[in-house]
Design a protein around this ligand. Structure first.
Ligand SMILES: NC(=O)c1ccc[n+]([C@@H]2O[C@H](COP(=O)([O-])OP(=O)(O)OC[C@H]3O[C@@H](n4cnc5c(N)ncnc54)[C@H](OP(=O)(O)O)[C@@H]3O)[C@@H](O)[C@H]2O)c1
Length: 262
C-alpha cells in the first residue's frame, strides 16, 4: 500500500501476489506465478484488496519478501522513469533531493547500480541510511549549494527533485542547465524551465522495465525496499494512520493472509 500521487486519500496502487487470472493479450506470465507491480487506479481499482489487477508487473524473486515486493511498484516505476529522462552516464554525479523517501531511496539504488555517483539529501537522522543505500548524504534545505561545495562538489551533472520542497533554484545553480533537472513533485517547474514528470498521467512513457531490473538487483543483494511497518488488511485503519504520521523511513504495507476462491 502506498499513496504517492498528489491526490487526497488515494488508495494503494502497489501490490504483489500470486497470479489468479490473465487478461487478453498478456504474455510472459502463468497462473500461479509470483508477481509484483502497479494497478491502473483509474480503470481497474486500487490495490488494498485480496485481488488486484496489475497494469505493470514483473516476476517476484523467490527470496524477495512479499512486503517488499508489494511496496516496490510505483516507486520503482517512477524512479526508473526519472532516471531515464535525466539519462545520467556512468561515472557522472547525480543529486537526488529527498533521497531517503519512498521514491528517493529506490532512485538512489537504481542510479548507483547504473554506475552513477549519487549524492542524496535527507535529514541528519537518515544520513547513515543513505550511505547504506549507496549515496553520499547531505542535509536538505536552504544553503544546499554551499554544503555541496564544502563536500568538494561545486557542480553536479544531473539533479532529481523528489521532494518538491522548493529547491529548483538551487538545483539549477548546481547543474547550470534546466534540461539537467527533473522534478517529480514541484508544480512550479515550468516557471524554471524544468521538466515535471507525471508519467502516464501526462502521457509519458512509463518506467516499467525498472521492475524487472529491481528484481534482478534484489537477487544479487543490490536492491531493497525499505519497510517501516506491515499490518494485516484487517488493521487498515492503523496502516493509514501510520502512513499519515511524518518522519517515516520506509513503506507502510498491508498484508492479506489468504484469498477466497471466487
Ligand atoms: N510525479 C510522479 O510520477 C510521482 C510518483 C510518485 C510520487 N510522486 C511524488 O513524489 C513526492 C515524494 O514521494 P515519496 O513517496 O518518496 O514521499 P516520502 O516517502 O514521504 O518521502 C519524502 C522525502 O522528502 C524528504 N524531505 C522532507 N522535507 C524536505 C526538504 N525540505 N527538502 C528535501 N527533502 C525533504 C524527506 O526526507 P527525510 O525523511 O530525510 O526528512 C522524505 O524522505 C511526493 O510529493 C509524491 O506525491 C510523484
Amino acid at each position: 500500500m502506498s499513496a504517492q500521487l498528489p491526490l487526497p486519500h488515494i488508495p494503494g496502487v502497489d501490490a504483489a501476489g500470486i497470479v489468479d487470472d490473465i487478461g487478453d493479450g498478456v504474455d510472459g506470465v502463468t497462473v500461479g506465478d509470483h508477481v509484483f507491480g502497479v494497478v491502473d487506479l483509474a480503470k481497474l481499482g486500487g490495490a488494498s484488496a485480496q485481488f488486484a489487477v496489475l497494469q505493470l508487473w514483473a516476476h517476484k524473486p523467490a527470496t524477495m519478501p512479499w512486503e517488499q515486493a508489494g511496496a516496490a511498484g510505483t516507486s520503482t516505476e517512477t524512479a526508473t522513469r526519472a532516471l531515464d529522462l535525466l539519462d545520467p552516464q556512468p561515472g557522472t554525479t547525480l543529486l537526488i533531493d529527498g533521497a531517503a523517501g519512498g521514491v528517493g531511496s529506490i532512485a538512489v539504488q537504481l542510479a548507483a547500480a547504473r554506475g552513477i555517483r549519487v549524492i542524496g539529501t535527507a535529514r541528519t537522522d537518515n544520513h547513515d541510511f543513505l550511505r547504506q543505500l549507496g549515496a553520499t548524504p547531505v542535509t536538505y534545505g536552504p544553503g544546499l549549494p554551499d554544503r555541496l561545495n564544502a563536500l568538494g562538489v561545486p557542480r553536479v551533472d544531473r539533479a532529481l527533485d523528489v521532494a518538491g520542497a522548493g529547491s529548483l533554484t538551487d538545483l539549477l545553480q548546481l547543474t547550470g542547465d534546466p534540461a539537467a533537472v527533473v522534478t517529480l513533485a514541484d508544480f512550479t517547474a515550468p516557471t524554471h524551465g524544468v521538466r515535471l514528470s507525471m508519467g502516464q498521467l501526462a502521457g509519458e512513457p512509463d518506467g516499467r522495465h525498472g521492475l524487472s531490473t529491481a528484481a534482478e538487483l534484489f537477487t544479487v543483494g543490490r536492491f531493497t525496499v525499505p519497510i517501516e511497518a506491515a499490518f494485516p488488511i484487517q488493521k487498515a485503519t492503523d496502516a493509514h494512520e501510520t502512513a499519515e504520521r511524518g518522519s517515516r523511513r520506509g513503506k507502510i504495507v498491508m498484508t492479506v493472509d489468504d484469498a477466497p476462491d471466487l
